[in-house]
Design a protein around this ligand. Structure first.
Ligand code: PMP
Length: 295
């Protein structure tokens, strides 16, 4: 039996899991989503992801027809239903069915979808040897128009960035904002280690999605005594960084060893990156909300 997908309280097979073409999520990208992982029978940072989903929904005045607790229960249930211990969960809340106009008030009820499945973003060798990246010509959306802190269904900017990476023959691209500050990747956050040994990541006010993996890595880094700063930096800082890595729920923590053909340090993952990779792996295996009773 294939995976069972949750739509508005019922489960459907992959073939039968369907949404109306009048759903404004489809017509206009009007909606919000989360990508969540489960490790070892536990959902990682379930409360943080649920909170971010509700915050994104709040900003766009989208009423999620479940309480946070009900949605968390549904998320746990969707993993259980598919007998998964390690999973990638995609929760989508779209505006729901309306007419062909933009007006969200014509959509009477939001649609809630939970897909619990697997994901493998990059082959294992990249986690060991590092990723080559490019910087994108496409800039980050300005926070005064579509705030990047909203995890909305409108991912076209990110898709253009990802396409630039593919065209450059690499798997990820780093985005700058309209002032030339580094912000994030197409679906991940970015960190550098400077020559002073400090770990730096862009602050959320520059216009980034404040990653839950990012925040976890900041905490783990501080625990091992590293100086972590949320400071703006430019492409030049990327080029002269001693280490660089990306973080995200799907990407986890992946080293970057080349940026626009500038080799990062020795061209292999550095000691801080490797240490944090190890700490992150250990943390994910031992924390989270249990999916199965009695565990
Ligand atoms: N930035 C963007 C644009 C993303 O889509 C993601 C993935 N959700 C991230 C950063 C990383 O966030 P998280 O660690 O919460 O997955």
């Amino acid at each position: 039996m294939g995976i069972q997908i949750y739509i508005d309280g019922s489960y459907y097979s992959k073939e039968n899991a369907k949404i109306s073409v009048f759903d404004h999520g489809f017509l206009y990208g009007d909606g919000v989503f989360e990508g969540i992982r489960a490790y070892n029978g536990r959902i990682f940072k379930l409360r943080e992801h649920t909170e971010r989903l509700y915050e994104s929904a709040r900003h766009i005045l989208l009423q999620i027809p479940l309480s946070m607790e009900e949605l968390e229960d549904a998320t746990l249930d969707a993993v259980r239903k598919n007998n998964l211990r390690d999973a990638y969960i995609r929760t989508v809340v779209s505006r729901g069915v309306g007419d062909l106009g933009l007006d969200p008030q014509k959509c009477s009820r939001a649609t809630v979808v939970i897909i619990a499945d697997k994901i493998s973003l990059y082959p294992q060798e990249y986690y060991d040897q590092g990723l080559e990246v490019t910087t994108a010509v496409t800039r980050q959306r300005n926070a005064n128009s579509m705030e990047p802190r909203i995890k909305s269904l409108n991912y076209l900017n990110n898709i253009l960035v990802k396409t630039e990476a593919t065209h450059a023959g690499v798997m990820e691209a780093i985005v700058l904002n309209d002032q030339g500050y580094v912000v994030e990747g197409s679906g991940c956050n970015v960190f550098i280690v400077t020559k002073n040994g400090e770990l730096i990541t862009p602050p959320s006010y520059l216009g980034i999605l404040e990653g839950i993996t990012r925040n976890t890595v900041i905490e783990l880094a501080r625990e091992i005594g590293l100086t972590v700063k949320e400071n703006p930096f430019t492409r030049h800082d990327l080029y002269i960084a001693r280490e660089c890595f990306l973080t995200g729920t799907a990407a986890e923590l992946i080293p970057v060893t080349s940026i626009d053909k500038r080799i990062v340090a020795e061209g292999t993952p550095g000691p801080v990156t490797k240490n944090l990779q190890e700490k992150f792996h250990h943390y994910t295996q031992n924390n989270g909300t249990p999916v199965y009773p009695g565990e």
